[in-house]
Structures are given as C-alpha cells and as structure tokens.
Design a binder for this molecule. Structure first.
Ligand SMILES: Nc1ncnc2c1ncn2[C@@H]1O[C@H](COP(=O)(O)OP(=O)(O)OP(=O)(O)O)[C@@H](O)[C@H]1O
Ligand SMILES: [Mg+2]
Length: 617
C-alpha cells in the first residue's frame, strides 16, 4: 500500500514552488516530467499544460491552482558537459493562479493559506478532478447543462438553487450560441419540474423575446406549448394583447416615457393629471363629466383671453371627440367653429346667429353658446381605463391652459403625440384587473412591435410583474424574468434617449437586480454587447455564461466587472467556438469552459444560421 502511494506520488509529482508573489505562484517542473502524457497503471494521463489544475501540498493542506502560462529558462551556469542531453539544459516553469483548497474531502473555492517555497506540486487524480468540478452543494439538486470542453466526457452539473436563485448573464457575439444556451438551461429546468403542481403554483417565468426566436408556428420552443402562455404582440394590428392592470397603468413615470415628456414642464403636468382624483371620479359618471366639460368651456369664454381665442374651445371639443368616439361632440364643435369668433378689435367673443347672420354679444353670446353646449351628449360606458386615462390627461391640459397654469406651447406637443401612442398601446395591451396569467411560463414576442414600444413595453410588463411579486411578499413564490437581446432595453449610451427614460429604466431594472433577491425575483439577461449595458447591472449578476466575444470593449467590460474570472479564461473569450462558453460565478466553484449540451430539435430556438448556397443553386 505504502509502496503504491509512493509510486503514485512519484508519477504524479510534477515539480515544486519556486516563487510566491502575491497571488501568483511559480512552479518549476521536474525535468523528467516534460512529456505531454504520463503513464499510470496502464492509463494515459495528460501532463500539466496551460489550463490544467495542480495541487500544491503544504503540510496537511492541499491547495489547488490552475496553470495560466508556462515558460522555459535556459540554465547557463553549468557548462554543457554536465548534461547528458541538451534537453536537460532547459528548465520549464509554470505560472499558477490559486483557486481553492480541499477541506476534508470537499473542494472549496477561495484561498485560506498561501503555498511556501519548495512545496511539492502534483497532478490531480481523477477523483480529485471530479471533486473540483462538483458544483453541487449539499441540499441542492443537479442539472446537467453540458460537458467540459477540455476534458471530453466530463459532464458539468450545476446546482438548481445556486443557478436559478441568482441573476444570470449570458454574453457573446452574434451567432455564438447565447439563445441556445438560454434555451438549454430553461429546457432542462422545465423538463425536470414542469409537471410538478408546486412548481406551477410557486414559480413564474417570464420571457421577453425581441426577435420571435422562442415562438413559431408550433410554439414548442423550450417546452411544449401546453405549458406556456404565449403572447405575440404587434403594433401592426392583429396581434395578441397582453393583460395589464389599471394600477400599473396609472404610473406617471411610465407615461412620461411613452409620451417622451420633457422633464421641466411636461412631466410635472403628467403627474398632476394622473393624480387628479377629483377628475378621475368624474370620469365614472356621465352627468358630472358633462357638467365638468361644459364648465371648462364656459370658463374659457369668461376668461376672454385673446391668446386663447375661440381656438381653445374648438380644440378642446376636438380632443374630447377623439377620446370619446361615440359622442356627438363633433356636431357641436362644427357649429361653434362656424359661429363663434374672437373679435380682436373689441377684445371679446362674438356669436354669429346662423339663421340671420346677426352678431350677438355678451349675455346673448353666452346663452347661444350654452345652448349649443347643452346639445352635447356623451357616453362613458364603453370607455376602458386606457380611454379614461387619456381623457383625464386631455381635460387636465385644457384646464391648465384655460386657467393659465400652464403654457400652451409647452404642453401641446405632448397632447399631439398622445394620439399615435395611445393607438399603439391599445393594439398591444388589454386593461384588465381580473385576468391573471393562467400558466406559470409566459413568452412575450415583440418581433412585430415598433421600435418605440419595443423599448417601453418590456419595462411596463416587468415593472408590473415585479410590483405584484413584491406585494405578494410570500416566501414560496418565485419570479424569473428572462430577457434575450437585453441590449434592446438595457443599453446605456444612446443619445436618442431622454434622461427620463434612463431614470425610469434605472428604477426598474437596477432595482430588480439590487433588491429582487429579497422578493424572490431574478433576472436572466442575454446580450451581444456587454459594453453597452450598465456596469451596475453586469457587476451584480451572479452567474455568467460567456460565449465568444471579439470586440475589445466587450471583453474589457466583462473583465472590469466580473470578478469570478481568471486571466486565462479571458484569453479564451475571442476564440471560443459556437456552443462553447465559460461558466463562471456562484454556481461554478471554478470557471470552466463547457460545451453546452444539445436540445432536442423540436425544442430548439428558432434561430438557425442561414445557409445561402442551397437557395442559390
Ligand atoms: N450548444 C450548441 N449546440 C448546437 N448548436 C448550437 C449550440 N449553440 C448554438 N448553436 C447553433 O448556433 C447558431 C447560433 O446560435 P444562437 O442563435 O444561440 O446564437 P446567439 O448568440 O443567440 O446569436 P444572436 O446574438 O444573433 O441572437 C444556431 O443555429 C444554433 O442552433
Ligand atoms: Mg440570440
């Protein structure tokens, strides 16, 4: 026995520590160990090379390190005669970075003790190698996601708790396999738990798909369609509508963003409008609404303001008409447009009686106008929350400008934009306080949504989900928000964006990243451009799948913010093949290069790289 372990030690020993400089260790390799493979008990064992692991024995402590580089040094001291061959003149040395240590039988990440000079270094045997790659904590469940690239056949299992109770980042250039990795990760999870009643009850998954990669005719991507709610939204019409609660809708910052409100005047106006509960109350009752509208119009007459003239009255009626399509407001408006004028010389309104053409002034004018206004008939019954909200903004606007609280030039661009934006919103959302998502996995495709709504909708939806989950305050419930192509909403340096938009997004996503864990909310983001995404977000992720990254800025962004990665792994980044990535973070004790496992064809994301030739011959 003793003999056997001595033999093993002598075969596995590869050298000794020659310098310890901060965290970087140098090891000189025994001259007899310069071959690429070693033979032990009939097995061929790979000798040390860049990327492999070694153990350093310091008394009873076993420290594990990774080879980051190797160098040769020529011995010049002795004359060549003393060497039996030229090969022996060369001494080989390795640069090692420390990864962790064995405590008892378990491998632990981190450094408790530094090696000493002359400590002996060994290759890891199979058992030790497996332990270093055993990422599953005691109470965790394993999930297989792929195999080690450098050690074919070595399966990589991650702990489900460790992986899914964390924020995950998947980065890589286009075509490097991000979407595939994302799909694989969740496919394995859903395969394992998808049918469990408690999983369905307690865990929610919400996937935002910008390019329609997770929906197709069959809708079976990742998991069979029976398990998912699928919303294919479209601003071109004929898409699905996503249910949004009216509470989420009355969020002033959301409207500031949608309507591109300016910070100084338009945003405070929106806040004022949405918080006007007096007005909101009136919107529930035809008669009081009608009274309110009439009183505003009469007020405009009484103000007798030359700047506003009769135009403000006509515009007000037109905007009411736009918000209340089933009313007869347009008739009254047309009548007033014909007959009511502002007489500049006299600085007062005049009403021209249509039948006789007589000009009516003052009290007469008032009674003619009142008469016309009394013909207005509106009905609020068919209005949904969205229509009411719009009407609320419109009435607040006219109230403000008639009373002189706000300047027309400042606010009118906002009111003009409203029409188009409400049209878009109406096509993609359905205001509904009673409908909740029926299944626990939801996929929202934004492929056919215009560029403006693409940015805003995900925020609205995520914020609503997050707020709901926060309010639930239930230890067992879990929400995972998954965003592929996350640069669409998280990129930080776009000049076209207003500060408001940035703030709103900051509030939403950075809060989820920072505080989500407390409420059981986790984020998975995939993106081509890590350099575009705010460093706060990238640095707070817990687990990273890093695919091929070529651009230097992207590599730097990753390098700056991800503390889990060693130097060598960074060197790999630009040369990783498609489907291979570095897994680093809490779920992996050591960063590993892995080949992501295959997904059955039926469940693959809808993103085949296009072949051209077959269409050209
Ligand atoms: N692990 C893998 N095994 C087999 N095929 C893969 C694997 N990873 C990626 N692929 C294939 O490579 C192609 C590109 O992958 P994918 O669409 O996931 O890249 P991406 O990084 O998401 O690209 P983009 O940024 O353009 O969305 C796809 O055809 C996909 O099927
Ligand atoms: Mg993709």
């Amino acid at each position: 026995m003793q003999e056997e372990s001595t033999v093993k030690d002598s075969i596995f020993r590869i050298g000794r520590v020659i310098s310890v400089d901060g965290r970087s260790i140098r090891v000189t390799v025994d001259k007899s160990k310069n071959s690429s493979h070693l033979l032990y008990k009939g097995d061929l064992i790979k000798n040390v090379s860049v990327g492999s692991y070694i153990k350093i024995i310091k008394g009873f402590t076993i420290i594990i390190g990774k080879v980051e580089g190797e160098y040769t040094i020529e011995d010049k001291v002795y004359s060549t005669k003393e060497y039996s061959s030229d090969k022996e003149k060369i001494s080989r040395s390795l640069n090692i970075s420390l990864l962790g240590f064995f405590s008892g039988k378990e491998f632990e990440r981190g450094i408790k003790e530094m090696p000493l000079i002359d400590n002996e270094c060994y290759l890891l045997d199979r058992d030790e190698f497996n332990k270093v790659h055993d990422f599953i904590r005691k109470d965790d469940e394993p999930l297989s996601i792929g195999t080690l690239t450098l050690e074919k056949g070595q399966e990589i299992l991650v702990g489900i708790d460790c992986m899914f109770a964390s924020h995950i980042g998947i980065f890589g250039n286009t075509g490097s396999g991000k979407s595939y990795t994302l799909a694989k990760l969740y496919r394995e999870l859903f395969k394992k738990y998808g049918d469990n009643p408690n999983f369905i009850k307690n865990a929610k998954f919400f996937l935002i798909d910008f390019n329609g990669e997770y929906v197709d005719e069959d809708d079976n991507v990742i998991i069979d369609k029976e398990y998912k709610n699928i919303y294919k939204l479209s601003t071109k019409g004929n898409g699905d509508k996503y249910p949004v609660s009216s509470e989420a809708l009355y969020e002033p910052s959301f409207w500031s963003v949608i309507l591109e409100a300016t910070e100084k005047t338009q945003t405070p106006f929106i806040r004022r409008a949405l918080s006007n509960s007096f007005l909101a109350e009136k919107l529930n009752d035809n008669a009081s609404m009608l009274e309110l509208i009439k009183s505003k119009l009469i007020l405009a007459l009484d103000k007798n303001d030359k700047e506003l003239g009769s135009k403000v009255i006509i515009d007000f009626l037109s905007d009411i008409e736009n918000s209340l399509p089933n009313s007869n407001v347009s008739l009254v408006r047309d009548r007033l447009r014909e007959n009511l004028q502002y007489y500049n010389q006299g600085n007062e309104f005049v009403y021209i009686e249509p039948e006789s053409g007589n000009w009516k002034w003052k009290a007469d004018m008032r009674s003619y106008v009142s008469n016309d206004l009394n013909a207005i008939d509106i009905s609020l019954v068919s209005l949904n929350s969205l229509d009411k909200l719009r009407l609320q903004i419109v009435i607040q606007y006219y109230d403000d400008i008639i009373k002189g609280h706000a300047n027309r030039e400042h606010l009118s661009p906002l009111i003009k934009r409203m029409e188009k934006r409400f049209e878009d919103i109406r096509k993609v959302i359905d205001i509904n306080d009673s409908v909740s998502l029926s299944k626990n996995i939801t996929v929202v495709s934004l492929k056919d949504v215009n560029i403006h709504m693409r940015k805003i909708l995900p925020l609205l939806l995520c914020k609503q989900l997050y707020d709901e989950q926060k309010a639930r305050n239930d230890e067992t419930s879990y929400l995972n928000i998954i965003v592929d192509e996350a640069h669409n909403i998280l990129s930080r340096n776009s000049d076209r964006e207003s500060e408001q938009w940035k703030d709103y997004r900051l509030e939403t996503f950075e809060e989820i990243i920072k505080e989500g864990r407390k409420f059981g909310v986790f984020l998975t983001i995939a993106s081509q451009r890590p350099s575009d995404i705010s460093a706060t977000i990238i640095s707070q992720l817990h687990n990273y799948f890093l695919h091929r990254l070529i651009n230097n800025n992207d590599i730097l962004a990753v390098e700056k913010t991800i503390s889990y990665l060693d130097k060598l792994s960074f060197e790999y980044l630009p040369i990783l093949p498609t489907g291979t990535c570095i897994l680093a973070g809490l779920a992996a004790q050591v960063p590993v290069v892995i080949d992501i496992g295959k997904i059955e064809d039926k469940y693959e994301p809808n993103n085949k790289t296009r072949g051209l030739i077959k269409n050209w011959v």
